[in-house]
Design a protein around this ligand. Sequence first.
Ligand SMILES: [Zn+2]
Length: 460
Amino acid sequence: MKNILPDFGLHSTNVLIKNEFQDATLLIKDGVISDIILGQIGNSDFKIEELGKLVVMPGIIDSHVHVNEPGRTEWEGFQTITKAAIAGGITTLVDMPLNASPVTTSAQAFLHKLEATKGKLYCNCGFWGGIVPDNLDQLEELIKAGVLGIKAFLTHSGIDEFPNISASELKRAMPIIAKYNIPLLAHAEIDEMHPGILAFENNPTNYNSFLGSRPKEWEDKAVELLIELCGEFNCKVHIVHLSSANSIEKIEIAKADGLPLSVETCPQYLYFNAETIPDNNTLFKCAPPIREKENNDKLWDALKRGTIDFVVTDHSPATPELKRVESGNLKEAWGGIASIQFSLPVVWTAAKKRGFNVNEIAILMCANTAQFIGYGNTKGKIEKGFDADLVVWDPEQKFVVKKSDIHFRHKISPYIGEELYGVVKQTYVGGKKVYENMQDGKTVEFFISLPQGKLLIKNQ
Ligand SMILES: [Zn+2]
């Protein structure tokens, strides 16, 4: 006879269900939330995890992550990154088509990448494919292999094997992408020569010179082009890591016109401000750059209004040597910030100050990202029948980010030393507890189950 009992239950007085905190018990069976009972249940024939008043929320979905494996595994790899993810309450991540080698621009390279994940995934993992000038004829095959969308660069990507594409190449690619109803993700900067570039060359350790070398206009010009093409081809367009607030108004108008346009920003643009970034410190270098407070306040307003759809990390690590940590040379340093493990507390700490509540964070980091990657019917919410991918955390508890806490490969991050609100206590992936750090005088356990992550392959 089939066992109809749940595998276990989870009880808290603060379970986030339908945008509200409820006193509830989640019943988990075969990796899904099989039922939700309000309040506590009495005697049961299965284990109940009692969580008191800790917040139980859907696991975070981070759709912008550079894993770098295979080929640049010395920068980061599936095992280290997915461990860091679950330690930060992230239950699903989506890997960018660069900076691994080969880059994910063909079905063959994609299969190679899938092979590299074997036995290493502590959280679920999906994949974006890439478009470059010479792979247009392979694009359909790559899409059919199961990538969740296609990424393009409008400026140099930093990786020579992943060149940027022109407007005319985009025009050839977009009808194909639109046919499969998946998003085109675009790095929106179009570079142009201007005096700030020379000024930066002469002063390469100065943060303001770096900021001046990548002006908002680069972003604004690219966003304008993308909006135009989005309308022309009725192709879903997603602007990754928006940093220039000058583009917000145009995005707002395009969305009001009903264009299939979505936008993300990242923790670094919401937490730091250019005014307080030290010189000679390359850990803050990313592209587009972290801008001034006045600009960043407008990003927050756009998040509040829903003009920016969600927040994801753009975790883009490199070795300390490539990051030029020693010399502080921003010109030569790799542009990318390592942060995946801390996105929930970083965003929450900054959001809390601005009057956001936990439910809004769950919408920005779970529900909207689940929808975006095409898993809005099974992930990103606590509902009966949804996957039991969960994070249990204490939004009121503070901690200081320490080097020794970091689980991603290189223990360098601009967040080291920051005091943050929000401690992740447990993470569940597919109904299995995969991370626990209760520290209530008793249990400190990390990475409880062996790799439990699943591959997210489109149409499978
Ligand atoms: Zn990126």
